[in-house]
Design a protein around this ligand. Structure first.
Ligand code: DAV
Length: 362
């Protein structure tokens, strides 16, 4: 039914017909840790205290999350997609976070896979531990290039001089709700390249990204030097001081159709990029509904935009996001519902939990 891909890695967009993909695992995930000023800059205030070392997510939550992931994987396989799964890792023993969010750690550009230079130290070994066997398999194709992140000698160098860094108070003490990060002052400096892959999206030969609390200018320059010849990286001006990952800010559904989060980016900022000159750009018109159970420990309700495209029509959406599904249906899309609220709880949705490896060229 589905043609065999020519190469093991080949993807230029977020929406072309999907042929193969990595899907993460939720099992044994722990709350990530980072300096208090970073947690305050990026995580929901009511959960600050959870981001402490060796704090496991509840086992029942992770079981449910993995059941949701299995259902998602089945949807992908039913559509003829080849699915790679990472190695099971005990993140408690390793002192890390998760194998559920590989989007943050890997980006495919053409035939190249690039590993993120994570800002967060607790994630530095995530790709090595969980995903290096997959990467080694992909490299068996001589066309495929895997660019591994350089080793970080002094993780804290990224925080030196940043307001709030080195203060003992924040995460476990009283948090009064005032964030230490002010507009245009991110939680990291520019001492070394830092970027999360999820701060970037692919639009053909152009990659669109943002500076954020985990991505600095050196990280952008590093990515520019790592992408294959002919690709460029452009930056979008976002208005979100809590920025961490662009995949709940803009959502390209197909060539020339994009939904954006009006709380984080303006149409004007989008139109500053030549790429979007002939695109339909729609501000998502509704407010995401609040949710207490399961808690969104790490994200906002805008995670509803973190969907995953099977092609220019079919897109996997969270089963409870009915209003969103109806909205994109009116735009000509065919939403495929899948329950994912327990995965959402630990930090992301369908886009976060995947790394698309092969999308059929247009
Ligand atoms: O809305 O909290 C989530 C993005 C996850 N990769 C948000 C951003």
């Amino acid at each position: 039914m589905v043609s065999v891909p020519t190469h093991l890695v080949s993807a230029d967009t977020e929406w072309s017909p999907l042929r193969s993909v990595i899907v993460g695992h939720a099992a044994d995930s722990c709350f990530p840790t980072a300096p208090p000023h970073m947690i305050k800059a990026t995580m929901p205030e009511e959960h600050f205290a959870s981001f402490r070392p060796k704090n496991r997510f509840p086992a029942s939550l992770l079981d449910r999350a993995d059941a949701e992931v299995r259902q998602f994987v089945q949807i992908l396989r039913d559509h003829g997609v080849l699915v790679y799964r990472p190695k099971a890792i005990d993140w408690f023993a390793e002192g890390g976070y998760t194998a559920a969010m590989p989007r943050d750690g890997l980006i495919t550009v053409g035939n190249t896979v690039i590993e993120a230079c994570f800002a967060w130290e607790c994630r530095h070994r995530e790709i090595e531990l969980g995903f290096s066997e997959i990467l080694a398999d992909l490299e068996k194709d001589p066309v495929v290039r895997v660019v591994r992140a350089p080793k970080v000698e002094r993780p804290d160098a990224l925080y030196e001089g940043i307001r709030g860094f080195g203060q003992k108070d924040a995460v476990n003490g009283e948090v009064n709700g005032t964030h230490t990060v002010h507009s245009h002052e991110w939680a990291i400096n520019n001492a070394r390249p830092a970027f999360d892959a999820a701060d970037f999206l692919r639009f053909g030969k152009t990659i669109v990204g943002q500076l954020s609390n985990v991505t600095n200018q050196k990280g952008v320059d590093y990515l520019r030097s790592a992408v294959p010849e002919g690709y460029s990286v452009e930056l979008l001006d976002v208005t979100d001081e809590h920025a961490m990952h662009i995949d709940a800010t803009i959502l390209p559904l197909r060539q020339r159709l994009l939904i954006y989060n009006p709380e984080r980016v303006s149409k004007r900022a989008l139109q500053k990029l030549d790429l979007f000159k002939d695109w339909e750009l729609h501000a998502y018109p509704y407010q995401p509904a609040p949710r207490e159970n399961p808690p969104r420990y790490m994200t906002s309700g805008w995670l509803l935009m973190n969907v995953f495209s099977l092609d220019e029509k079919k897109v996997v959406v969270e089963a409870g996001d009915v209003e969103f599904a109806e909205y994109i249906r009116k735009l000509g899309m065919e939403p495929i519902p899948c329950p994912f609220q327990h995965v959402n709880s630990i930090g992301g949705s369908f886009h976060c939990t995947t790394v698309d490896l092969v999308r059929q060229g247009t």
